[in-house]
Design a protein around this ligand. Structure first.
Ligand SMILES: Nc1nc2c(ncn2[C@@H]2O[C@H](COP(=O)(O)OP(=O)(O)OP(=O)(O)O)[C@@H](O)[C@H]2O)c(=O)[nH]1
Ligand SMILES: [Mg+2]
Length: 330
């Protein structure tokens, strides 16, 4: 059996995080991302210890196709906010391998201002894992950042269905970025992501794109008009902006605050967060219950054979489930 090292002192970690120690915050996030069983216990204890000082941040999810300008927008918005005295944390959910290697570096250069800003904290997506796992780690990371005094959390995700839902499920406001023109005005609508959107921003509304961006905005407005808004207190607005030039960024933020005020007043904000917490618990429980399936050597070795048998019609699915369950219960 491997030697079990004593778990890190949770109280001490919690205090340093609350004091805003960035190095400790980084280490604590690494602890949260760890797959070791003893780390998992310490991580859970840490989030529980800090829970009462979390929840104060404005949590914004940002999605859109690759290259639409998410990181540029985060850099622009984030710098504006740190300039106003906010502390901004930037997280990412990306369970694909797209972001391995040089792209973390690329993100840092795309967010050049924030990367060098003492009041900003950038943490890339956990390196690997299932979407549920990656999203759960990002959520816990968000809590740690809140405990460390970050009052704005921006979560970037790449535009692929499931990860967008995961990010919408951990944020208060979901921003969808789209590109102007070129016949793909209604990209977001086609992808069905529009139902999640609290606002649509047509980015790169600058230079030659300006007229096309305005046209796209009109199309989106018309399209949104026929959808029933998710909240009776909020109709998702459509705006144009230029993350690169900084145009429309102040307006974008004021809409986010307006949304926050309205939903806080109606009680929807805390209801939404409560639902998210419960959903999160179930996601983590599912992950946990599934873990033996992925890690048990015997099961792992048998699964492909069992699948083949089921596929060939020699083994009934119900009998296969029995077989696997018995192996897991041993
Ligand atoms: N003209 C113009 N270019 C922009 C704007 N915003 C971003 N860009 C450019 O578009 C490119 C992609 O920007 P990113 O911010 O990296 O886009 P992203 O959505 O984060 O991309 P991924 O993380 O790869 O999905 C860069 O070359 C930016 O300089 C804008 O408002 N106007
Ligand atoms: Mg990016």
């Amino acid at each position: 059996m491997a030697t079990v090292r004593s778990p890190p002192d949770v109280e001490r970690l919690a205090q340093a995080i609350r004091a805003g120690d960035r190095a400790v915050l980084s280490r604590a996030i690494t602890l949260i991302e760890s797959k070791r069983a003893d780390h998992r216990g310490a991580a859970a204890a840490l989030t529980q210890t800090l829970l009462h000082v979390t929840g104060k941040a404005v949590r914004v999810g940002i999605t859109g196709s690759p290259g639409v300008g998410k990181s540029t927008l985060i850099d622009s918005l984030g710098s504006m906010l740190t300039g106003q005295g906010h502390k901004v944390a930037v997280l990412a959910v990306d369970p694909s391998s797209r972001r391995t290697g040089g792209s973390i570096l690329a993100d840092k250069t795309r967010m050049a201002r924030l990367a060098n800003d003492a009041n900003a904290f950038i943490r890339p997506s956990p390196a690997s894992g299932t979407l549920g796992g990656v999203a759960a780690k990002t959520r816990e990371t968000m809590l740690l950042c809140e405990a460390a005094g970050y009052d704005v959390v921006l979560v970037e995700t790449v535009g692929v269905g499931q990860s967008e839902i995961a990010v919408a499920d951990m944020t208060d406001f979901f921003l969808v970025l789209v590109l102007p023109g070129a016949g793909d005005e209604l990209q977001a609508l086609k992808k069905g992501v529009i139902e999640l959107a609290d606002m649509i921003a047509i980015n790169k509304a600058d230079g030659d794109n300006l007229a096309r961006a305005k046209a796209a905005a009109a199309e989106y407005k018309a399209a949104l008009h026929i959808l029933t808004p998710a909240s009776p207190n909020w109709s998702p607005p459509v705006i144009t902006c230029s993350a690169l030039k900084g145009d429309g960024i102040a307006d974008l933020w004021s809409k986010i605050l307006q949304h926050r005020d309205r939903l806080a007043a109606s009680g929807e904000l805390s209801a939404r967060r409560g639902e998210q917490q419960v959903k999160w618990m179930w996601t983590m429980l599912e992950e946990r219950l599934f873990a033996p399936l992925r890690s048990d050597r015997t099961v792992k070795a048998e699964l492909p054979k069992i699948e083949a048998e089921v596929s060939a019609g020699r083994l009934a699915p119900a009998a296969a489930v029995e077989k696997i369950a018995v192996m897991l219960e041993r």
